[in-house]
Design a protein around this ligand. Structure first.
Ligand code: FAD
Ligand code: MG
Length: 337
């Protein structure tokens, strides 16, 4: 029997420590966009106008970037029969980040896996386990190197389709955080369904605390990270997943090499860094890469930290270890450069 796993909304629990709107001056917005529940909290005199603008921006970005919205730039590119379509500078920036992450990760991130994601039913909820021959045939249409774009046009070959679901929420988080800062907000926490963006510190000057969910228990945390002015983005095998009749569990992060859910041994990857877009692209790529490749990838870069969770172990990179509190009985190891 198919089982829908834990809701995306509960993937990260925010522990903001704020108690009442009256004494803390907190303003908040909740919205449902990009098929996920989003919650934005901001403090201070300009919070209300910043929240309104940020929510409007997120909705605009959904219209621009959604793979299913017939008015989006991505839909236009996927249905242009291989012709170039106009794109915004924002879409070009996301495509550029996807290209960079693909290059860094040995093509673990491929935005052209979309036909595979759809075939498994992760976009519709009508889950199925495709035959090996079907997957092999679909894999011949995966390969981001065949996509071409510049700052204003995008060409997707006629036999391919792309989806920015692995990294566009990160871009939306950056945009929302930027709006907060532009309005002079120095204390805000933005949660776009597993993509958390901390603006400044809590109003008392202390760091924000962001929970990393226990992949095996939706009501528990396996740890918390303490951050200021950072994105904290998680990809896990406990969201958008199903259990087939034979008891095998399948999830939405696809290994482009096999066309199957990435079976790297990782249950979740949390990436901490300055850019939500970068962290989102990385969280998906590192999940596909698995612990050893992810560690090598981290050692080759200097702009992110990560928490890797397997069934047996939690690995935390040394740059965030001092700001990580273990909340699990799993053994804990610090990865060093
Ligand atoms: P992440 O790990 O960040 O991303 C995983 C997603 O990326 C997968 O679900 C798949 O779509 C894709 N993917 C899987 N493997 C790879 C790979 N190797 N390389 C590249 N990409 C991969 N969902 C709906 O069901 N309906 C909607 O209408 C809808 N609209 C959306 C609109 C926008 C603008 C965006 C950004 C997303 C939308 N989504 C929609 C998707 C939804 O938000 C997903 O939950 C989200 O994209 C997955 O993000 P994540 O953080 O859970 O996982
Ligand atoms: Mg991602």
């Amino acid at each position: 029997m198919k089982t829908i796993c834990a809701a995306a909304m509960l993937s990260l629990l925010l522990l903001t420590g704020c108690t009442s709107a009256q004494d803390s001056g907190v303003h908040s917005r909740e919205l449902f966009a990009m098929d996920t529940y989003m919650s934005l909290k901001a403090y201070g005199a300009h919070a209300e106008e910043a929240l309104g603008e940020a929510a409007a921006k997120i909705n605009d970005l959904e219209g621009q970037l959604s793979v299913t919205d017939t008015g989006s730039e991505i839909y236009a590119a996927n249905h242009a029969g291989g012709s170039a379509v106009p794109i915004s500078a924002e879409t070009a920036a996301i495509l550029q980040e996807a290209r960079r992450t693909a290059a860094e990760s040995g093509n673990a991130l491929q935005i052209s896996v979309y036909p595979l994601v759809r075939t498994w039913g992760f976009t519709t909820g009508e889950y199925r386990v495709p035959a090996d021959s079907e997957l092999a045939a679909l894999c011949t249409h995966v390969g981001d190197a065949r996509i071409s774009f510049d700052s204003s046009t995008l060409t997707v070959p006629a036999d391919m389709e792309i989806d920015l679901g692995a990294l566009a929420k990160g871009f939306a988080g950056d945009a929302a955080a930027e709006i907060m800062r532009r309005h002079g907000v120095t204390s805000a926490i933005i949660n776009l369904g597993g993509n958390v963006q901390a603006v400044g510190t809590k109003p008392d000057g202390s760091k924000w605390t962001v929970g990393v969910r226990d992949p095996f228990n939706e009501n528990q945390l396996c740890g918390t990270v303490h951050v200021a002015d950072k994105a904290v983005v998680t990809s896990g095998n406990y969201e958008r997943c199903f259990t087939a009749e034979d008891g095998t569990k399948y999830w939405h992060i696809i290994d482009p090499a096999s066309g199957r859910p990435a079976d790297s041994g990782l249950c979740s990857v949390t990436v901490i860094g300055g850019s939500g877009l970068r962290c989102d692209a990385l969280s998906t790529a590192l999940f596909v890469e698995g612990t050893e490749r992810a560690a090598a990838h981290w050692r080759a870069c200097s702009d992110f930290e990560m928490v890797l969770v397997t069934a047996e172990m939690i690995y935390v990179t040394e740059g965030i270890a001092g700001d990580f509190s273990v909340g699990s009985t799993l053994p804990f190891e610090v990865l060093r450069r």
